[in-house]
Design a protein around this ligand. Structure first.
Ligand SMILES: Nc1ncnc2c1ncn2[C@@H]1O[C@H](COP(=O)(O)OP(=O)(O)O)[C@@H](O)[C@H]1O
Ligand SMILES: Cc1ncc(COP(=O)(O)OP(=O)(O)O)c(N)n1
Length: 274
């Protein structure tokens, strides 16, 4: 059996719901071997971010180098990158190792409002990282920052997706969690030619901490297994939906999602149809 590998380059969430913890749980659940390069440690729980302690760019490079020199990876994702300097180091290493299945989750702000990316880093992200992306997965506020646009309608989102594509990203997913529709959510995929709409029911819950990380990690895991972008995004939409639907009720604030849920749902469906 060939073991598929996926790398996350992201920050640590001590609360376990977002960041590298969410990524590694998702990789494991989807059957790929997870590896990590840490960009920052956050002291975080369901109530918010209480401290951010970035790694040096040299430490981030050394971790990626260690993985690239020995194990390699079938796909990678980036999450919290914190500074322009770290972004440049990450982009340099991705190019050096010639990695192509690159998923960029342009993490900027945590749910409670804490900044996870310095303002000066946005330019570096657009200049150095986005041209290397096979897939980018911004939420609506992140897409607004990256395109300098106000996004209120689906047509705005389509225009923003085209702008991001023009920056060199091969596939753009603008997620719909922050839209004002209380019934349904649309995650939109643009591949430079067609728009695809993944529609799901909005689940009324405050326990959505780490949904963005989990979504991008699921896309990465599927790409690592050899799936196409459309199939990977479709799986990610379903994976996150199950994780929100069967929430865990942990903590006093915005609780984490349930990374076991997707497999449990699949197992239950298998049992029914046996
Ligand atoms: N309340 C919800 N019910 C169902 N799906 C949701 C809900 N909130 C977010 N999602 C899904 O979670 C994923 C992440 O969405 P979004 O909230 O836009 O990103 P982020 O977590 O990065 O802010 C998307 O697939 C979105 O459709
Ligand atoms: C360490 C770390 N990385 C990323 C995030 C943001 O995660 P996201 O999935 O966008 O979830 P919310 O913060 O919006 O719940 C984070 N909080 N911490």
């Amino acid at each position: 059996m060939k073991v598929r590998k996926a790398l996350t380059i992201a920050g640590s969430d001590s609360g376990g719901g977002a960041g590298i913890q969410a990524d590694l749980k998702t990789f494991q659940e989807l059957g790929v071997f997870g590896m990590s390069a840490l960009t920052a440690v956050t002291a975080q729980n369901t109530l918010g971010v209480h401290g951010v302690y970035p790694m040096t760019a040299a430490a981030v490079e050394a971790q990626i180098e260690a993985i690239g020199q020995d194990m390699g990876t079938d796909a990678l994702k980036t999450g919290m990158l914190f500074s322009g300097e770290i972004i440049q180091s990450v982009a340099k290493k991705i190019e050096e190792f010639g990695w192509k299945k690159v998923v960029i989750d342009p993490v900027m702000v945590a749910k409670g409002g804490a900044s996870l990316l310095r303002e000066e880093a946005i330019r570096a992200m657009k200049e150095f990282l986005l041209p290397l992306a096979m897939v980018i997965t911004p939420n609506i506020p992140e897409a607004e920052v990256l395109t300098n646009m106000l996004i209120q309608s689906i047509d705005d989102r389509k225009r923003a997706a085209k702008k991001l594509y023009e920056l060199g990203v091969k596939n753009v997913v603008i997620k719909g969690g922050h839209s004002d529709n209380e019934e349904t959510l649309i995650d939109l995929l643009y591949d430079g030619r067609d728009f695809l709409y993944f529609t799901s029911r909005r689940i009324p819950t405050k326990n959505t901490h780490g949904t963005g990380c989990t979504f991008a990690a699921a896309v990465t895991a599927e790409l690592a297994k050899g799936q196409g972008v459309k199939e990977a995004v479709e799986l990610a939409v379903n994976y996150v939906h199950a994780a929100i639907e069967m929430d865990l009720q942990i903590g006093k604030g915005h609780g984490p999602t349930n990374h076991w849920a997707f497999k449990r749902k699949e197992a239950a469906a298998d049992a029914i149809y046996k």
